[in-house]
Design a protein around this ligand. Structure first.
Ligand code: APR
Length: 241
C-alpha cells in the first residue's frame, strides 16, 4: 500500500489540476453509516431509496422529515475524522484541488475544507417544496415547518432520487472533471450517476484515475488503487506530499 500512496503523492505533485470525488465512505470513519450500510434503530426496516424521494415526502411529510431530523442529529453528534482533515490540508497545499462530494453531512466543511461542491446538497439546509425558498429552521420541529413566503412545506436541501443535480454544482463539477490531470475517488461505490460519470470525463482528458476504498468498486481502468480506509490513507498521503 505504501508504494501506491507514494505513487499517488507523486501524481498529486505533478498534476496541475486535481479533482477529488468523495462518497459516504470518507464519513464512515466518523461513525456515519455509508449509504448502503443497513440503516439502524427505528429506520432499520427502511431503505434510503424509499425515503429520499419527493413522492415519499408528499405521501408522509412528517415521517420523511423525522428521518432527516434523526440523520441531522446523528451527523452533528460526530466529528470530522482524520481523512476529512487531511483532505482539507491537502486542498490548502494544492489550491487547484477541486473537491466534489456526494455527501450531505457537511463534515468536509466542519474539517475546515473551504471550497466544497455539494453535488447532492446539504442536510443542514432546507427549502420549501413548491418554490425552493430557503427556510431557516428554529429548534427541532417534529413536523416540516411551512415556508414564511409561500406557506409550502419545508424539505431538506438534498438531491432526492429522481431529482436533478443543482445546476451550479453540476456545471462546476463537470467543468473541473473535464480539465482534470488527476481524479481521485474516495469512499464511493461509484454506482450513482451523474457523480459516477465524472471519472469518465476526467479519463477523457487523459487524467490519471485513482481510488481509495477498502473494497473493489465499479470504477474502471484505475491507474492507482489503494485498498484501505480514507482515515488511514489521507494522513499518510499528506505526510508524503
Ligand atoms: N474509507 C474509504 N471508503 C470506505 C470506507 C472507508 N473507511 N468505508 C466504506 N467505504 C466505501 C465502501 O467500500 C463503499 O464502496 O465507501 C463506499 C460507500 O458506498 P455507498 O454506500 O454506495 O455510498 P456512496 O458511494 O457515497 O453513494 C453515492 O448514492 O444513494 C446515493 O445520494 C446517495 O450520495 C449517495 C450516492
Amino acid at each position: 500500500m505504501q508504494s501506491a500512496i507514494q505513487q499517488l503523492a507523486e501524481a498529486i505533485q505533478r498534476s496541475p489540476r486535481v479533482v477529488v470525488l468523495t462518497g459516504s465512505g470518507i464519513s464512515a470513519d466518523s461513525g456515519v453509516p455509508t449509504f448502503r450500510d443497513p440503516q439502524e434503530g427505528l429506520w432499520a426496516k427502511f431503505q434510503p431509496q424509499d425515503l429520499a424521494t419527493p413522492d415519499a415526502f408528499l405521501h408522509d411529510p412528517d415521517f420523511v422529515w423525522q428521518w432527516y431530523q434523526w440523520r441531522r442529529k446523528r451527523v452533528l453528534s460526530v466529528e470530522p475524522n482524520a481523512g476529512h482533515r487531511a483532505l482539507a490540508r491537502l486542498a490548502e497545499v494544492h489550491p487547484s484541488l477541486t473537491l466534489v462530494t456526494q455527501n450531505v453531512d457537511g463534515l468536509h466543511q466542519r474539517a475546515g475544507h473551504r471550497e466544497v461542491i455539494e453535488f447532492h446538497g446539504n442536510i443542514h439546509r432546507n427549502h420549501c417544496f413548491d418554490n425552493g425558498h430557503e427556510v431557516r429552521i428554529k429548534g427541532h420541529p417534529e413536523k416540516p415547518p411551512r415556508c414564511p413566503l409561500c406557506e409550502s412545506l419545508a424539505r431538506p436541501s438534498v438531491v432526492w432520487f429522481g431529482e436533478t443535480i443543482p445546476e451550479p454544482a453540476l456545471e462546476r463539477a463537470v467543468g473541473a472533471a473535464r480539465q482534470a490531470d488527476l481524479f481521485i475517488a474516495i469512499g464511493t461505490s461509484a454506482t450513482v450517476y451523474p457523480a459516477a460519470g465524472l471519472a469518465d470525463l476526467a479519463r477523457g482528458n487523459g487524467a490519471t484515475i485513482a481510488e481509495i476504498n477498502p473494497e473493489a468498486t465499479q470504477m474502471a481502468a484505475l491507474d492507482i488503487s489503494i485498498r484501505a480506509r480514507a482515515a488511514q490513507v489521507l494522513p499518510a498521503l499528506l505526510e508524503e506530499g
